[in-house]
Ligand binder design. Structure first.
Ligand code: SF4
Length: 313
């Protein structure tokens, strides 16, 4: 009987690889970015968002099938000595962003803890500026370290939430934690005294960019006590189009032609769209009294700060 049983579903198979890293910290010279340095503990990302712009980065490792990005995950081999040496070369006040290309709290992190290892180093630092971006509630596992870091360094954590509609999220970001878990993670981070905001990006035309969708995410962010709220439109490079267009065909066939026409010759949406999205985000912020950007707070043990003497001996 077993031999004749029809297949119901084949479990998705992800392969993990150990990647010897030449360096952990990359420099970012783009004037559009608020950070100067980036850290991505993993290459590839199992969350498999259909719109993911980072798929092309697997091409640097000669892996050109866009699916490889979500099925072949490389964990950077941890070498604390090498990491500390690299970090020592970076001036204290220069912004370092963790999770700019791949998610630092994707499932591989439960096994390999590369992100946690990096945070352990930052927990011993003072006077640094650090940002973390994720779609995962696994970030709350590291509350202890995050609180220690935030006492002596500026730390902002951005949770990406593209929709609070669970069915839509499952379609767009099939293996990422569901929106409710992300909202609750923001709540937990803020309750722990951390600066944690919601980033609603990317907005996909006619899919999650309506005033209603933006309002729902902003409302959830406000309810969780988010420290800031922002977002922006999608851009679709060719590698991302290879995943995105068939997905649109399957789930939003009425949009197939429009997406192809819009993105085939240009990865970016025009300025007019960007302005409309910005205006919708602004209205939502005003309605829920959410700041646009992280506040510039002063850590209690900021570098160079004179400590008060409690007792005079
Ligand atoms: S979480 Fe980010 S890096 Fe990972 S698949 Fe989604 S968009 Fe790409």
């Amino acid at each position: 009987m077993a031999a004749e049983s029809p297949l119901l579903e084949a479990k998705r198979r992800v392969e993990y690889f150990d990647l010897g890293a030449r360096s952990y910290i990359a420099r970012c010279d783009s004037p559009r970015m608020p950070f100067k340095h980036t850290i991505n503990p993993y290459r590839g990302c199992e969350f498999a968002c259909k719109y993911c712009y980072a798929r092309y980065t697997h091409g640097f490792m000669e892996l050109r099938d866009p699916r490889d990005f979500e099925e072949k995950i490389f964990a950077k081999r941890w070498n604390p000595v090498a990491f500390r040496e690299e970090l020592a070369k970076i001036p204290a006040r220069e912004m370092i962003a963790i999770g700019t290309t791949t998610d630092p709290y994707q499932p591989a992190e439960r096994r390999y803890e590369v992100t946690r290892s990096i945070l352990r180093v930052f927990a011993g630092e003072r006077g640094r500026k650090l940002g973390i971006t994720t779609k995962s509630d696994l970030v709350t596992r590291d509350l202890d370290l995050l609180r220690t870091i935030a006492r002596a360094n500026v730390l902002h954590i951005s949770m990406t939430i593209t929709t609070v509609n669970e069915q839509l999220a499952r379609k767009m970001e099939p293996y990422a934690p569901r929106p409710e878990l992300r909202v609750n993670a923001v709540r937990a981070l803020v309750r722990a005294g951390l600066s944690a905001g919601v980033f609603m990006a990317p907005a996909l035309p006619f899919i999650n960019d309506s005033e209603f969708e933006i309002d729902r995410v902003a409302c959830s962010a406000a309810d969780a006590g988010a420290s800031y709220f922002g977002g922006g439109g999608v851009f679709l490079r060719q590698e991302a189009q290879a995943m995105m267009f068939p997905w649109i065909d399957e789930n939003f066939p009425h949009l197939s032609g429009r997406y192809r026409t819009k993105f085939s010759n240009n990865a970016f949406l025009d300025d007019g769209y960007a302005q409309k999205i910005a205006a919708r985000m602004k209205s939502a912020r005003e309605l829920y009294r959410l700041p646009h950007r992280p506040y510039d707070y002063h850590p209690e043990q900021w570098e160079g700060e004179q400590q008060l003497a409690l007792f005079t001996l």
